[in-house]
Design a binder for this molecule. Structure first.
Ligand SMILES: [Zn+2]
Length: 324
């Protein structure tokens, strides 16, 4: 199937997020082709979403084939607790009704490609490692500061999955002993302080519980607080600075445990980098061992919300031998 010198093989990457479903062809170099995006509309239930997933997969496969690509397989990043080997989504807080869904078995009824399933946060960290800000590094950690806080760890070029595929949940590292309760069951998790929701919640607290004009949705709230901080609002600046301190506590733990070459920060809070990173860096330096804290690079993520499907495809590419 090889044309002279040029690899015409491609892998389909899928990001089945709580908000958007994205499907695209990804080359071995990590380039994105024929990106298809639609709203997930998870409320319509698993059956509806599965049907649209199949339609999208087959559609992108057909487009790629018509453009002269040989599609080698499809790899899906899905939020929640995933049983990779069995291809099962055990549960997913972002996809209502998804309990013990045999995703790969159901897809195989309609899709004849080899299929791979991975947790979406793991897929995103692999994306940044393979084709984003972590390119060329071998040990790195990704922290995604969005509505919640996602995380993932690459050690010596390998995704750290752990015994149950649950490794890398840095968002649920305890940073405050008697802190705010978290939906995970713990209290004082990083996510409660350094996520978009955490920052806007803290701003609301600092304003005595009422902030006229604040939008009603988590990520929009944080963007609103961000714009106030840009105008010099002292409480808004403080909310970001404090989020940075909690982030720094977590980064110090990461530095001491993993000794990464880079900690990469992504997610919707990223545009406020200069408002939270100085306090985060200072806190990390104060708490971590000096040598690994001085050597770690703190970098903004490069792939934005493409990291999930690029990384999912990258994980499948890793299993495919290079073209001879
Ligand atoms: Zn938690």
């Amino acid at each position: 199937m090889q044309s002279s010198g040029q690899d015409r093989r491609i892998v389909i990457g899928v990001d089945l997020g709580g908000t958007n479903l994205r499907i695209a062809g990804i080359t071995r170099e990590g380039d994105v082709l024929h990106l298809r995006r639609e709203e997930t509309r998870a409320d319509a239930g698993p059956k509806d979403l599965l049907e649209r997933l199949v339609t999208g997969l087959l559609g992108v496969e057909e487009e790629l084939t018509e453009s002269g690509w040989e599609v080698l397989g499809a790899s899906l990043g899905v939020p929640g607790v995933i049983s990779r080997r069995r291809g099962v989504v055990e549960s997913s807080p972002n996809l209502p009704g998804w309990k013990k869904i045999h995703l790969l078995r159901r897809l195989r009824r309609s899709v004849s490609l080899p299929l791979l399933l991975e947790n979406d946060a793991n897929a995103a960290v692999f994306g940044e490692y393979w084709a984003g800000a972590g390119k060329g590094k071998s040990t790195m950690v990704l922290l995604t500061l969005g509505t919640g806080v996602g995380g993932g760890i690459i050690i010596d070029g390998r995704l750290l999955r752990g015994a149950d595929g649950m490794a890398g949940e840095i968002g649920h590292l305890t940073v405050e002993r008697e802190g705010l309760p978290c939906p995970c069951g713990n209290r004082g998790c990083l996510e409660r302080y350094a996520s978009a929701r955490g920052i806007s919640g803290r701003y609301l607290d600092l304003c005595g519980g009422s902030a006229p004009g604040m939008p009603a949705e988590g990520s929009a709230e944080a963007a609103w607080v961000h714009s106030l901080a840009r105008e010099g609002d002292r409480m808004a600046l403080r909310a970001f600075r404090e989020a940075g301190i909690y982030l720094g506590i977590a980064m110090a733990a990461i530095v001491n445990i993993v000794n990464p070459e880079a900690i990469i920060i992504g997610g919707g809070v990223l545009p406020a980098w200069d408002l939270f990173m100085p306090s985060a860096r200072e806190e990390m330096m104060a708490r971590a061992f000096q040598a690994p804290a001085e050597s770690v690079e703190l970098l903004p993520a490069a792939l934005g919300d493409h990291a999930g499907f690029i990384g999912a495809a990258g994980l499948l590419w890793k299993e495919i031998p290079s073209a001879a």
